[in-house]
Design a protein around this ligand. Structure first.
Ligand code: MN
Length: 453
């Protein structure tokens, strides 16, 4: 491994343990460590995103770029710059030692002067990506199409008032489904970038809902036509950039899918920061998706509790990650999905190594959350107490009610005859919360630290 762009990182990042003084080591993440009988790497299926890390230079609405991303300079030959960007991205993924990456079409390919030129750029760069995958072992977690940056998408893609924009979006998604398939991607994501509205004064909700359903049907049909075996995912988000996004949260998307005959075709890509923007916890969104059989993949990041926007920060709270991971483990784990770091550096984090520190910290927090979640599973009390709370539903009365053999009048008659007289029982919330803390803290003191002795 030569110097490369990230010349401050000369060797792949390895496990150093909790007390390692070397900041460029994993403190908790050990890819081969077995957790509940499965390798840590296979539980977490970590991915690096190309957009925030390599296609964004740190600009915000108040200032120009602060990050050192020379391939983004205007005036560079677009294909040369695209090739340099891809080389640096794979250098990073290889040095970080994670198995997956994710990208939008526009993160990789210059748009050119026409769609045909865009497609030809994409084809050439897909060939390059195949070569890098072969050389580094990195795999594609998911591909997606950027249907929100170009001005043609200012009023949405599938939900645009102009059907020509719908058609243009179809062309991009067709191309990216093909590319994702060629690269062996295990999922394809649709994030409704601008599928929403800024004002109801110019928006026909009924039409836009029907357009979105049609689009999702077309994508699913094409997936089957080409034999793409990955999972189609929708990424909920309640607002930003539009005032109201249609894919508001997990429950809204689930309802939309069921209402439009799309159940079974799509699962969810749940983003932690989008959950909090929707007024939910990340835990809630994951638990809802699992309860309804639609959890697909995770965009790992966090918001800032004092800010109401999508800050896309790297996750660093084990407390916030342990319970979603507990739900995922209880639900049987991720299958085609993974944990993609849809997170970006703060724009003052302008050293090249900062991108490593950000990912190492996020990966270690996930690994520690995984250990805590596994401890909760092994302890068993959380599941036992929840089960005991519903035990009556497995008894004769519960079975009669759910089995449909008891009518409303039957139940009323039994209550009036005095045979049913329920008493309130404690939900034991504080006790349960303490049980969770006990597992999180126990892993902190006995887990990774003890392994170094
Ligand atoms: Mn995302």
């Amino acid at each position: 491994m030569d110097g490369g762009f990230f010349s401050g990182v000369v060797e792949p990042i390895r496990f150093g343990g909790l007390h390692s003084p070397d900041p460029l080591t994993y403190k908790v993440y050990e890819p081969d460590r077995l957790v509940l009988g499965k390798r840590m790497e296979e539980h977490l299926r970590i991915g690096v995103c190309l957009w925030h890390s390599f296609a964004w230079d740190g600009r915000d609405m108040f200032g120009i770029g602060t990050l050192d991303r020379p391939w983004l300079d205007a005036g560079r030959d677009p294909m040369d710059a695209a090739r340099e960007k891809m080389a640096v991205a794979f250098e990073f993924i290889e040095k970080l030692g994670v198995p997956y990456y994710c990208f939008h079409d526009r993160d990789v390919a210059p748009e050119g002067a026409s769609f045909a030129e865009f497609r030809s750029n994409m084809d050439a760069l897909t060939e390059d990506a195949l070569g890098y995958q072969e050389r580094t072992g990195a795999r594609l977690l998911w591909g997606t199409a950027n249907l929100f940056t170009h001005p043609r998408y200012q009023a949405g893609a599938a939900t645009n008032p102009d059907p020509e924009v719908f058609a243009y979006a179809a062309a991009q998604v067709r191309m990216m489904l093909d590319v994702t398939q060629r690269l062996g991607g295990t999922n394809y994501v649709l994030w409704g970038g601008r599928e929403g509205y800024d004002t109801l004064l110019n928006t026909d909700l009924r039409r836009e809902g029907a357009q979105l359903a049609r689009f999702l049907h077309l994508v699913a049909e094409h997936k089957h036509r080409i034999g793409f075996e990955g999972t189609l995912l929708i990424e909920p988000k309640p607002m930003e950039p539009t005032k109201h996004q249609y894919d508001y949260d997990s429950a809204t998307v689930h309802g939309f899918l069921v209402r439009n005959g799309l159940e079974g075709e799509y699962k969810l890509n749940i983003e932690a920061n989008h959950a909090t923007l929707a007024g939910h916890s990340f835990h809630h969104e994951v638990a809802y998706a699992i309860a309804n059989g639609i959890l697909g993949s995770i965009d790992a990041n966090r918001g800032d509790p004092q800010n109401g926007w999508d800050t896309d920060q790297f996750p660093n709270s084990v407390d916030d990650l342990a319970l979603p991971l507990y739900e995922i483990l209880r639900g049987g784990g991720l299958t085609t999905g993974g944990f993609n770091f849809d997170a970006k550096l703060r724009r003052q984090s302008s050293d090249r190594d900062d991108l490593f520190h950000a990912h190492i910290g996020g990966i270690d927090a996930l690994a520690q959350g995984l250990l805590a979640a596994a401890a909760m599973i092994e302890d068993g009390r959380l599941a036992e107490l929840k089960g005991a709370r519903y035990a009556g539903w497995d008894g004769p009365l519960g079975s009669e009610i759910l089995g449909g053999s008891a009518s409303l009048a039957d139940l009323a008659d039994r209550v009036e005859a005095g045979g049913i007289d329920p008493r309130p029982r404690s939900g034991r919330q504080e006790y349960l919360e303490s049980l969770v803390n006990q597992q999180v803290w126990a892993v902190r003191s006995n887990g990774a630290a003890a392994r170094e002795g």
